[in-house]
Design a protein around this ligand. Structure first.
Ligand code: FMN
Length: 689
């Protein structure tokens, strides 16, 4: 039964001519599939409909070919040919009663047009801003171009209607959409009636919304997504200016969708942003308009959500990442199953799918974007196969996810953990600076497993191959994790790095065990994800004199894909860490290291008492190898299968481990598909002429 405190979240709420069945609103979010994987994306949205969301949006959809963001893979509505795949999307969104929304994006100075080769257009002539700094400039829209652009918006709105959508979201936030480019003095330097005063800068949005309302406004609702604060100082569209804009245009859209100015701020990772971090920027805007407001803030707590509505800050609870981690969040709140919510950990691995133009992942929800490709449902498992029981060795993210998914299939599961606490690397890493919310990966699974009678967890149980042969489990999953290497082998060095025998070398595992070096410490980061930066932060907080050396051009280079990098660099600088980029290490002595420039012969000596080596990881696969050696004894021992999963198989981010655990559980006892592709995909039809 639902807790009455949350009733307010389930009130039907009007948006223009429509009524959403509740206040749960999935704001636009990409998925790395976009136009390339339309059925995978459509099925993912359908699952959210089933999970109880009142409003579900697409990701950004390029509404005209003169503004596209190749290489990123979003949706397209360039002409009528794109309608069928979008109709499939809206159909799926509406299957369980949600309103279906499409976000129309004209990217202005963010669209380099690498694919269409069209000259980009924006309010003012400025270089294109992309993550890759493409050497392309936009030309300024002429008055005629503006008339064309208004017509293109109307065309796109009509096509959206034809494709079955109920709502249109006009993109003007995160620095990306043209509405923001017009509203901000920084990107709108025009001297005509579209530039200068706020009244003038607002003109384009007023005209487009009026045009769309005339065309489809009787049946469709129009949402405008605008920046809460561009956060670039005086010149930018500030929170104060946004408030003036809303007050001056009270009734402009049917709904105000308010989102922080930069994407990095808006989708801020848990390492840097708490739940509800945008609240103060939104508070009070409600009093300036009669139209409903949706806002975001990685909401996973129904108490926080209800408070946002009750206190008049928001009308709709906007969620992107929490809806990915748990597409069934609304339903679970409705059914009074709060403890079953799989809370987003704020790691932003979902964003990497978009940034790397691949299919997105979610650390908490391994079924994300596999709903169609593999038929995986986040709440339902396939029935059990022929065998009955599984021993999972290791309770890290792969082992725990495997155990949780296996017992739901109907297997009897035993988990053996060599340490005295559950959770493996997640438990250890969640104690590092900024990573506490990552512990939710363990919390969720530990709680779920504690509710079952078909899973036994044994702590402090280091098993040998003999033990396993004796136990007689039919299936054994080895999820024994990985260990950070001390020898420096990673990318710069594929064989051990030269180091003297009296050099003091630490690894992240040492620091997580509490052995934290002091004095002058070099962190060598040849891993390039979060760990190097986190180690430097931990050491600096502990009073060490830290220098971080990395062969990459950016500190924690890969975190540019999780939008964390722009926050990691300043945090390290503030903590007093010296950052040395584009440098490797060629030699480690007791009191110094020799660092080399990655481009030249230049070398430099750095005094150092110790080195923290953030290099590659070594799979803990000894137990697996020992069992393999005895394969001919398996049958007598009653063993049908032994499989190595997660970091023990090949180390990677935590999301890779939960995926591996889930996949193992899904596929156990299934038919051998031989050389067949293990997922569905869509192939572009070859033209006949
Ligand atoms: N916002 C948009 O307006 N359009 C997008 O296409 C879009 N893509 C996103 C893709 C991902 C994977 C994520 C996580 C966010 C994206 N966003 C996009 C931003 C979200 O709509 C949202 O404003 C932000 O993530 C904060 O909400 P959250 O804390 O609930 O995640």
């Amino acid at each position: 039964m639902r807790d009455s405190r949350y009733d307010i979240l389930f009130e039907p709420t009007k948006i223009g001519p429509l009524t959403a069945k509740n206040r749960f609103y999935q704001v636009p979010h990409c998925n790395g599939g976009g136009y390339r994987d339309p059925s995978a994306a459509a099925e993912m949205r359908k699952i959210k409909s089933e999970g109880g969301w009142g409003v579900i949006f697409t990701e950004q959809c390029e509404m005209h070919h003169t503004s596209e963001i190749t290489p990123f893979i979003e949706l397209r509505l360039w002409d009528d040919n794109d309608i069928p795949q979008l109709r499939k999307m809206s159909d799926r969104m509406k299957e369980h009663g949600a309103l279906a929304g499409i976000q129309l994006a004209y990217s202005g100075i963010n669209g380099p047009n690498l694919y269409t080769k069209e000259v980009p257009m924006a309010p003012s002539a400025l270089p294109i801003r992309t993550f890759t700094n493409d050497p392309v400039q936009a030309r300024a829209l002429s008055k005629r171009d503006i008339r064309d652009l208004r017509r293109w918006f109307v065309n796109a709105a009509k096509r959206s209607k034809e494709a079955g959508f109920d709502l249109i979201n006009l993109y003007g936030a995160h620095g990306f959409g043209i509405f923001q480019h017009f509203l901000s003095r920084a990107t709108n330097q025009r001297t005509d009636e579209y530039g200068g005063s706020l009244e003038n800068r607002a003109r384009f949005s007023q005209e487009v919304i009026a045009d769309i309302r005339d065309a489809v406004g009787d049946t469709m609702a129009i949402a405008l997504r605008v920046s809460l604060d561009e956060t670039i100082g005086e010149l930018g569209f500030s929170n104060a200016e946004l408030r003036d804009y809303v007050e001056m245009n009270k009734d402009l859209p049917d709904l105000w969708d308010l989102a922080q100015g930069t994407w990095e701020d808006c989708s801020g990772p848990s390492r840097f942003k708490a739940e509800g971090a945008q609240q103060e920027l939104v508070r009070g805007i409600h009093e300036l308009t009669d139209k409903p407001i949706v806002g975001v803030g990685r909401f996973t707590s129904p108490d926080v959500m209800a408070k946002q509505v009750r206190s008049g800050v928001l009308d709709f609870i906007g969620c992107a990442r929490p809806s990915i981690a748990d597409p069934f969040m609304p339903k679970k709140i409705e059914e009074g199953r709060i403890e079953d919510i799989r809370e987003c950990i704020g790691c932003n691995i979902c964003i990497t799918g978009d940034m790397t133009m691949s299919i997105s992942r979610c650390t908490q929800n391994p079924t994300f974007m596999e709903e169609w490709r593999k038929g995986w449902h986040p709440e339902k498992m396939n029935p059990k196969g022929d065998s009955d029981n599984v021993l999972v060795v290791g309770s890290g993210p792969a082992g725990l996810e495997a155990a949780w998914a296996l017992c739901r299939r109907g297997y009897q599961v035993a988990v053996a953990e060599s340490r005295t606490e559950i959770g493996g690397r997640v438990t250890r890493e969640s104690k590092l600076p900024g990573l506490s919310e990552w512990g939710r990966v363990v919390d969720y699974r530990q709680y779920q497993l504690s509710q079952r009678s078909d899973v036994d967890i044994f702590l402090d149980s280091k098993l040998s191959a003999d033990d396993i042969m004796e136990f007689g489990f039919e299936n054994v999953a080895i999820a024994t994790g990985a260990t950070w290497r001390r020898d420096g082998v990673a990318r710069q060095h594929v064989v051990p790095l030269p180091m003297s025998s009296d050099a003091r070398i630490y690894t992240p595992d040492d620091l997580m065990d509490g052995n934290i070096p002091e004095g002058k410490v070099i962190v060598f980061d040849d891993d390039h994800y979060y760990m190097g930066g986190v180690m430097a932060e931990l050491l600096a907080k502990n009073g060490a004199d830290v220098t971080l050396i990395t062969p990459a051009a950016y500190v924690s280079d890969w975190t540019r894909n999780t939008l964390e990098q722009v926050a990691i660099h300043p945090r390290l600088v503030e903590a007093g860490v010296d950052i040395v980029l584009n440098r490797g290490i060629t030699e480690i002595a007791a009191d110094h290291v020799v660092s080399n420039c990655v481009y030249t012969q230049y070398t430099q000596k750095f005094d150092a008492d110790s080195v923290v080596m953030v290099a590659g990881l070594k799979e803990n696969n000894e137990l697996y190898e020992a069992l393999l050696e005895r394969e001919d004894e398996w049958e007598d021992a009653g063993i049908k299968s032994v499989k190595l999963i997660g970091d023990a198989n090949a180390p990677g981010p935590i999301a890779w481990a939960t995926y591996a655990g889930h996949r193992y559980a899904r596929e156990l006892d299934s038919e051998d598909i031989g050389d067949e592709l293990p997922f569905r995909r869509e192939i572009t039809a070859v033209a006949v002429d």
